[in-house]
Design a protein around this ligand. Structure first.
Ligand code: G3I
Length: 472
């Protein structure tokens, strides 16, 4: 099932920011956009600078191509954006404040008239607040506070009554001085009859930092209480800062995307969620913040873990990231990366298990089966590991599941689980892999240690999974 089919089961729009160049040059890009999304946002083609690079030169071709493709794909269009103090054409920036206000209104009137009837939602005003929640004092808005902003909504509604009119911003996903300021502003505008009908929470996220899904849910409720639609308009999740494995970073990203999408699905006023680019090859983050992998599809346009997580959340299903088994079970004759610290590793039937492991000839208590977890361990991703153990004979003995780490901080050992194994049956050892990583992670070995040298310790049913119960 595609994302758009999953979204449509909940009556929501799932969108993507579309760039003109790949849309016309990469057929695979165009096909995937159409197949997976029921809404599109021109990433740049509707902004003032590209549309009117000179006072006398209007360039509508690029957004018209995007609109036409959206029509063919039965996709709604989000207009982005009418008033923004970035991407102004150079000639407009050179104007006086008064001249700029006039030019801006003329630009808005022309563009809204030219697109009337084809835009489902307009980001009428984009990013007009400071972090403290006050209206910004940059060129475009410093004239008479928010009057210029309010007028833009009134004029847009008059020119395109069918369009839903939104205020769009970043850093307002959770409760903070900026979103508090916005709530006050929109409350005042709604009371004054300004036709602001939706709020866009951009959702440029970063694993391990910034708002959690529960904070988003509480904040969405505040705007919904004003009677506003809530849209998650520019979702991407930065992971490049995470120490550890690429897979783990992708899994941590998927967990956040699952929570973010589930929060939207749980909020009746949340009508749209949109991703700020199709793939890791088409993200603004690379050129602005540094090479990253923030989106749902990889450089080869293949779905990542986050794609399956978002789809599951849209369908009200559990996050499939939680069911991924990262530790392979050995087979007789195929050890699947399991090795031994000590004597030879043997795999064979034991106590009902078809392929249990044993390290023969143990001469030290710490000797036992070992498997690297380097390809799964990542900062910001809670993991749980487990095995079941049993002795071959003799009295019960202490056993432990231990993680050996070598990173920027040097070598250290982390106890994952411990217990007392017996020869009568299997004991399950399971616990969290909680380790703060620092610098380059060179070694991460999970191993089973335990009874005194000379005793045989059998291991079975190894497991390493994302700990989806851990508090995010
Ligand atoms: O198209 C011109 C090209 O002709 C010229 O040679 C080149 C030289 O710099 O610039 C090209 O325009 C660039 C444009 O993207 C298209 O690629 C602009 O320089 C560049 O500033 C612009 O960046 C966009 C940015 O907004 C500013 O408009 C990003 O692609 C876009 O992802 C980003 O999106 C914003 C949202 O609109 C608002 N929320 C934040 C989000 C991320 O910054």
């Amino acid at each position: 099932m595609t994302l758009r089919a999953a979204a449509e089961t909940t009556g929501r729009r799932i969108g993507v920011a579309v760039a003109y160049e790949p849309l016309v040059r990469e057929p695979a890009y165009a096909r995937l956009i159409q197949a997976e999304f029921n809404a599109v946002t021109p990433e740049n083609a509707l902004k003032w600078a590209p549309v009117q690079p000179r006072p006398e030169l209007v360039q509508d071709q690029h957004w018209q191509v995007i609109f036409d493709a959206a029509s063919q794909g039965r996709q709604s269009v989000r207009g982005h954006t009418l008033l923004w103090d970035q991407q102004l054409p150079a000639w407009a920036v050179a104007l006086s404040d008064a001249e700029l206000m006039v030019a801006q209104q003329q630009h808005l009137e022309r563009l809204v008239s030219a697109t009337a009837g084809r835009v489902r939602t307009w980001d009428v005003v984009n990013e007009a607040l400071e972090d403290d929640g006050t209206v910004s004092k940059t060129a475009l808005w410093r004239v008479d506070g928010d009057r210029h902003l309010r007028d833009a909504f009134v004029k847009t509604k008059a020119l395109d009554p069918a369009a839903v009119l939104a205020y769009n911003d970043y850093g307002i996903e959770a409760r903070n001085p900026k979103s508090d300021g916005l709530l006050r502003l929109l409350t005042a505008w709604r009371a004054a009859g300004v036709p602001v009908e939706a709020v866009g929470l951009q959702s440029h996220l970063k694993v391990g930092e910034g708002p959690r899904p529960a904070e988003l849910a509480a904040n969405m409720r505040r705007f919904a209480a004003l009677g506003l639609e809530v849209h998650l308009t520019e979702i991407d999740v930065q992971v490049r800062h995470l120490a550890g494995s690429a897979w783990g970073a992708e899994a941590a990203q998927a967990r956040l995307l699952y929570g973010w999408t589930a929060a939207c699905v749980a909020e009746p006023a949340c009508r749209e969620l949109s991703f700020w680019g199709l793939s890791d090859r088409h993200t603004w983050v690379d050129g602005t913040l540094g090479d990253d992998r923030p989106l749902l599809f990889n450089d080869d346009l293949q779905p990542k873990l986050g794609y399956y997580a978002v789809r599951a959340a849209l369908l009200g299903q559990p996050d499939p990231t939680c069911a991924i088994e990262r530790l392979p079970a050995p087979k007789v004759g195929a050890h699947a990366g399991w090795r031994s610290s000590g004597g030879p590793l043997q795999v064979g039937p034991k106590g009902g298990a078809a392929a249990a492991m044993v390290v023969a000839g143990r001469t030290e208590a710490w000797q036992g089966p070992v498997h690297s977890v380097l390809s799964s361990l990542t900062a910001g991703l809670p993991l749980r590991a487990g095995v079941r153990v049993r002795l071959n004979a003799g009295p019960p003995a202490p056993v432990a599941l231990t993680l050996r780490i070598v990173d920027g901080l040097g070598e250290r050992y982390v106890s994952v689980a411990s217990g007392r194994a017996t020869a009568d049956g299997w004991l399950r050892l399971e616990g969290p892999l909680r380790v703060a990583l620092q610098g380059e992670l060179r070694t991460a070995d999970l191993y089973v240690e335990g009874p005194a040298a000379g005793r045989e310790l059998w291991i079975d049913a190894p497991s390493l999974r994302v700990d989806c119960e851990a508090s995010p």
